[in-house]
Design a protein. Structure first.
Length: 253
């Protein structure tokens, strides 16, 4: 069932095929919770207020494909099903980006499974970090090969770097997942400093906010504890108006 066996980590789970399915289910549920918040933040690249809806539709498609696959115990096959479902059901720009993130997970886990002799029982911090980094590369390619700072790519890159640092330090999966979410928050809150359109609207990047929902869903699934996060709202930059000049009194002399 993906449970770790030691007393100190009795509430933690391995990221196996069953846990991936539970994560996808939690991600769908959490996107439903945050859909209005994410949609309101959608001011870039087009202010059409559908980022949350598109990510939800795409994640639902990924989960449906995984559920249709059956009960394979291989994490790589589960990741491949999520990727296939997302690619086939991607809606809008944010859906395409999400499909590329899941494709990164599928690519790296497939390689890890091959290296392990054809089966991957679970995903560790090393594999997760490499998968997120692969996702960064695929997302940039899908955007025409040019990274735009202040978008979901910035948030994804921060999460990938945090997981890879944990992996190099020998930390386990749970600390790496926690670090990913925390790094994503920092990067997300910097996005208005990187894009003028976000600064003008007083918004963080909508896609980055959606990604944080997915990372937090993974943390909840692995640790059993959901992190408390701020609700991000629009806070448009105040219009600067010149104070009216005081009328001069006529010279009385």
């Amino acid at each position: 069932m993906g449970q770790l066996g030691t007393a100190d980590t009795s509430q933690l789970r391995l990221l196996d095929a069953m846990t991936l399915r539970d994560w996808a289910h939690t991600a769908v549920s959490d996107l439903i919770t945050h859909i209005d918040e994410i949609n309101r933040l959608n001011v870039f690249p087009v202010a059409d207020s559908d980022t949350g809806a598109n990510m939800l539709f795409t994640m639902r498609s990924a989960l449906a494909e995984l559920n249709a696959q059956g009960g394979s115990g291989c994490a790589a096959r589960a990741a491949a099903a999520l990727s296939a479902g997302a690619l086939n059901g991607a809606r809008g720009n944010s859906g395409v980006i999400l499909s590329q993130i899941l494709r990164g997970l599928a690519d790296v886990t497939a390689t890890a499974a091959s290296d392990a002799g054809g089966d991957l029982p679970h995903i560790d911090a090393v594999v997760l970090g490499d998968a997120l980094q692969r996702g960064v590369e695929l997302v940039i390619t899908s955007m025409g090969g040019e990274e735009v700072p202040g978008t979901i790519v910035s948030v994804l890159r921060a999460a990938a770097t945090a997981v890879q640092q944990c992996a190099r330090a020998g930390d386990g999966l749970a600390p790496a997942v926690i670090a990913a979410g925390d790094a994503a928050v920092v990067a997300l809150e910097k996005t208005p400093e990187q894009l003028d359109v976000l600064a003008d609207a007083g918004a963080v990047d909508a896609g980055g906010r959606g990604l944080l929902v997915l990372l937090d869903a993974l943390r909840t699934t692995i640790t059993g504890q959901a992190p408390a996060r701020a609700v991000y709202e629009l806070a448009p930059r105040a219009q600067r108006t010149e104070a009216p000049r005081r009328a001069r009194r006529p010279n009385s002399r």
